[in-house]
Design a protein around this ligand. Structure first.
Ligand SMILES: NC(=O)c1ccc[n+]([C@@H]2O[C@H](COP(=O)([O-])OP(=O)(O)OC[C@H]3O[C@@H](n4cnc5c(N)ncnc54)[C@H](OP(=O)(O)O)[C@@H]3O)[C@@H](O)[C@H]2O)c1
Length: 338
C-alpha cells in the first residue's frame, strides 16, 4: 500500500483546479485527506473521489493540515501562504506566476529539469503555460546544438486566462450566431471581442511595449534551461481557441545540424510527440486532454542554414499547468521526498 498523502488544492473550483482533481483521480495519486479551497466569495463545491466537497476560503491553519498543497488560484494567494507553508514543512506546487523567477524557488518541468528539485526547497513553481511547449520540444535540440536565438509567435487559447475568459468567448459566440456582431458584456476579461477575432496582447505592456506574457516566456525559458544568454523574442497573440496553445518558432543554433539529425533528436525528446510527415501537424483541438507536447512542420528557415522552424502545440491546462504539477508531485513520491 503506498503511503497516503493529504492534499490541499487552492483554486479547486477553477480551470486548472478542475483538471488537477481529475488528473489526481485518473493517475491514482495516493490522496489521503482531500482539502479544496476557493475564493470564498460564493459557496462552491467540487467532486473528488465520487464525493462532493465544500470549498472554503484558504487560511494558513487549514492549508497546513496538508502534506502537499497545489496552488492554482492567484498570485496573491500564493504570496500569502506558499513560502510560509514550505518553511513549516509542507510541499507546495505553485501554478501562479508569483515565485517563478524567485532565485530560491525551482521552476520545474520534470522531463526538462527535475534535477532542480531538492529536499530542502519545498516550494516548487510550475512555468507559464505558453513556454512549456517550447521548453519541452526544444530542450534536447538546445542541449545538442545550442540554440542562440529563438523567435516565437504564439496563438494562445482563451482558457489560458481562466474560467471568466472561457465564459466571454462562449457568450460572444452565442450572441454572434443569434444576432451577429459583438455583445455589450457587463464584464470583459479581454480588451477586445475575442469571437472571430484575435489580438497581439496577452497582459499589459511595459514601457518598451513588451507584454507581460512576452516577458514571462523570455525570462522563464532562460531560467528553466539555465541559459541566461540565449536571445529570445516573442509576439504573444490571443486567438479564439478554447483550449491549447500553439507556437510558431524560429530557432538559430550555434552548432551545425542536418534536418535528419534534428528529426532524430525530436523523435527521441522526452515528453514530445514529433510528427515528421508535414501533413500530420498537431492542432489545439487534437491536443485537448492529451499529455505531453506535440510538434510538426519542421523545416530549414529561409534566413540562415543554422535556423530551423517548428510548429508546437500543447494543452495549456494539462502540460501547461495541472499535468505538469501532478507530474512534479509524482516525482516527489517516486523519489521518497513526500
Ligand atoms: N489557465 C491556464 O492555462 C493556466 C496555465 C498555467 C498557470 N495558470 C495559473 O493557474 C492559476 C489558476 O488559473 P485558472 O485558469 O484555473 O483560473 P480560474 O479558472 O479563474 O480559477 C481561479 C481559482 O482561484 C480561486 N480564487 C480566486 N481568488 C481567490 C482568493 N482570493 N482566495 C482563494 N481562491 C481564490 C477561484 O475561486 P472561485 O471559484 O471562488 O472564484 C478559482 O478556484 C493562476 O495563477 C494562473 O495564472 C493558469
Amino acid at each position: 500500500m503506498p503511503k497516503k498523502i493529504n492534499v490541499a488544492v487552492a483554486g479547486a473550483s477553477g480551470m486548472v483546479g478542475g483538471e488537477l482533481l481529475d488528473l489526481l483521480e485518473k493517475r491514482r495519486f495516493p490522496v489521503g485527506e482531500f482539502l479544496p479551497f476557493n475564493s470564498g466569495r460564493k459557496a462552491g463545491a467540487v467532486t473528488f473521489g465520487k464525493k462532493k466537497h465544500l470549498c472554503r476560503k484558504p487560511s494558513f491553519a487549514a492549508l497546513k493540515k496538508a502534506d502537499l498543497v497545489f496552488f492554482a488560484s492567484t498570485d496573491d494567494v500564493s504570496e500569502r501562504f506558499a513560502k510560509k507553508l514550505a518553511a513549516a514543512g509542507v510541499w507546495c506546487i505553485d501554478d501562479s506566476s508569483r515565485f517563478r523567477l524567485d532565485k530560491t524557488v525551482p521552476l520545474v518541468i520534470p522531463e526538462v529539469n527535475a534535477a532542480a528539485i531538492e529536499p530542502g526547497r519545498r516550494l516548487i513553481a510550475g512555468p507559464n503555460c505558453t513556454l512549456t511547449g517550447a521548453a519541452v520540444a526544444l530542450h534536447d535540440i538546445h542541449k545538442k546544438f545550442r540554440i542562440e536565438e529563438l523567435r516565437i509567435a504564439t496563438y494562445q487559447a482563451v482558457s489560458g486566462a481562466g474560467k471568466s475568459a472561457m465564459r466571454q468567448l462562449e457568450a460572444e459566440l452565442k450572441y454572434y450566431l443569434k444576432r451577429g456582431g459583438a455583445p455589450e458584456l457587463k464584464y470583459r476579461k479581454f480588451p477586445h471581442p475575442i469571437a472571430f477575432n484575435l489580438f497581439p496582447q496577452v497582459g499589459g505592456f511595459d514601457r518598451n511595449g513588451v507584454s507581460v506574457e512576452e516577458n514571462k516566456v523570455e525570462a522563464e525559458l532562460k531560467k528553466i534551461w539555465a541559459s541566461p544568454r540565449i536571445k529570445i523574442s516573442v509576439t504573444a497573440v490571443r486567438v479564439p481557441v478554447l483550449r491549447g496553445h500553439s507556437l510558431s518558432i524560429w530557432a538559430k543554433t550555434r552548432r551545425r545540424w542536418t534536418p535528419a539529425a534534428l528529426r532524430s533528436t525530436l523523435a527521441k525528446t522526452p515528453g514530445l510527440e514529433f510528427f515528421s510527415d508535414p501533413y500530420k501537424y498537431p492542432t489545439p483541438l487534437a491536443a485537448v486532454k492529451t499529455s505531453g507536447v506535440k510538434a510538426g512542420r519542421l523545416r530549414v528557415s529561409g534566413t540562415s542554414p543554422r535556423e530551423f522552424q517548428l510548429w508546437i502545440v500543447s494543452d495549456n491546462l494539462y502540460k501547461g499547468a495541472a499535468l505538469n504539477s501532478v507530474e512534479i508531485a509524482e516525482y516527489l513520491v517516486k523519489n521518497e521526498l513526500l
